[in-house]
Design a binder for this molecule. Structure first.
Ligand SMILES: Cc1ncc(COP(=O)(O)O)c(C=O)c1O
Length: 388
């Protein structure tokens, strides 16, 4: 079966946040959704459900829970039970619910930056104190390699710290943490008695032969202190359908999270559930093809930057469709504003990702190759001050 990821699909005029936010002459490579159609089994399952024509309140499909149990075992040798899964309408919602569920007003939440913006805002929204340490970064030629900063975390932690928010794979720096790195973080959280909330929304978007390891799968005692957040939304390009879930094996933690959700967090809508089940049961071949395409896109982008923009540094992500680009040597001020103005290119400004993000941008390469090429060409033209 072949899949046409090169096909350009017009998204303007479809209420797309990515394509509707900026004027028409701007090429959007910012918010994390992809410009590909979802896999056909998802479209077919949604069509069948829509054709039924009755859209009353839904039940949580047990078949979806069983598919998730089977998937965790098959991919990670991680044994979970259906009752350990809580459905959530979104993972930003999940980060807020967890920040609210763990600890009390004023207690600390620890993060490593730069990281997806809601990691910085969710704890504050829920009246917690944010404690952060920058990731460590090593430079090899033009390439940047980020690592968790255990020393920084040890300095940032306070007696009132209760929760560590982990992003794995890490948005925006594209790391898929190794077993050794995860074991180190797990040992740190055990030593300081922290609950771990691991946002693994990008866990299927693996490039090359990268493997994903859920931190909870390291050992049962780690699972007992971990809340894992996952979703089919990024992987199968269905974030607008709002279906995601938490896996919480510790019954006390699960009750705390359920209590924080009660009466506030809506159920996942019925179409989201239908799409999620089709995604997890019928779309493996599509996902494999997507990974190859994204890996080739990443290689294309990295080669382009290396050749055309020698003063720019960037990550070579192991996972995600996000490239993290350091423009400090070539742009003064906010680089995303510069690129919007001068290149008609919309990217996320690094400052949104917290300390260590200033002067960087995040570029989304989840798009047809010709779109990526056009975005990179616009960037190079603006930065080199010449027509590429
Ligand atoms: C790490 C991470 N968590 C959560 C989200 C958003 O999740 P949702 O759309 O389910 O709220 C994103 C979206 O980019 C993300 O990168």
């Amino acid at each position: 079966m072949s899949y046409d990821f090169d096909r350009v699909i017009e998204r303007r005029g479809t209420d797309s946040a990515k394509w509707g936010h900026f004027p028409e002459d701007v090429l959007p490579m910012w918010v994390a959704d992809m410009d590909f159609a979802s896999p056909q089994p998802i479209i077919d399952a949604l069509t069948r459900r829509v054709e039924h024509g009755v859209f009353g309140y839904g039940l949580e499909p047990q078949s979806l829970k069983h598919a998730l149990v089977e998937r965790m075992m098959r991919l990670y040798r991680w044994e979970i039970r259906p009752e350990e899964i809580l459905f959530l309408p979104g993972l930003v919602s999940g980060l807020n619910v967890v920040s609210r569920a763990i600890g009390d007003r004023g207690d600390g939440v620890l993060i490593n930056t730069p990281v997806y913006g809601p990691f910085l805002t969710a704890p504050v929204n829920q009246r917690r104190t944010l404690q952060s340490a920058p990731l460590q970064v090593r430079q090899m030629g033009c390439r940047l390699h980020y690592e968790l900063n255990m020393e920084g975390l040890a300095k940032a932690i306070q007696p009132q710290t209760k929760l560590f928010l982990l992003c794995n794979p890490h948005n925006p720096v594209g790391r898929a943490y190794t077993r050794e790195e995860l074991s180190e973080i797990a040992a740190f959280c055990e030593a300081h008695d922290l609950v771990i909330c691991s946002d693994e929304i990008h866990c299927d978007l693996l490039l090359d032969d990268t493997r994903h390891i859920p931190i909870a799968s390291l050992a049962p005692e780690i699972a007992q202190r971990t809340i894992t957040l996952m979703a089919p939304s990024k992987t199968f390009n269905i974030p607008g359908l709002g279906a995601s879930f938490a896996i919480i094996q510790n019954p006390t933690l699960r009750k705390q999270v359920e209590a924080a959700m009660a009466g506030i967090t809506p159920h996942v809508n019925i179409l989201g559930m239908v799409a999620a089940e089709a995604a997890y049961t019928q779309c493996d071949p599509w996902l494999e093809a997507l990974r190859s395409y994204l890996t080739a896109n990443r290689n294309f982008a990295v080669a382009f930057l290396e050749q055309r923009l020698p003063n720019v540094r960037f990550t070579c992500p192991e996972a995600t469709y996000l490239l993290w680009v350091d423009l400090r040597e070539v742009v003064d001020g906010k680089p995303a504003d510069f690129l919007l103005r001068q290149a008609k290119l919309a990217v996320n400004d690094g400052a949104w990702f917290g300390q260590g993000g200033e002067g960087f941008v995040r570029l989304n390469f989840g798009c047809p190759r010709c779109t990526l090429e056009e975005g990179l060409r616009r960037m190079a033209t603006a930065l080199n001050g010449t027509l590429e």
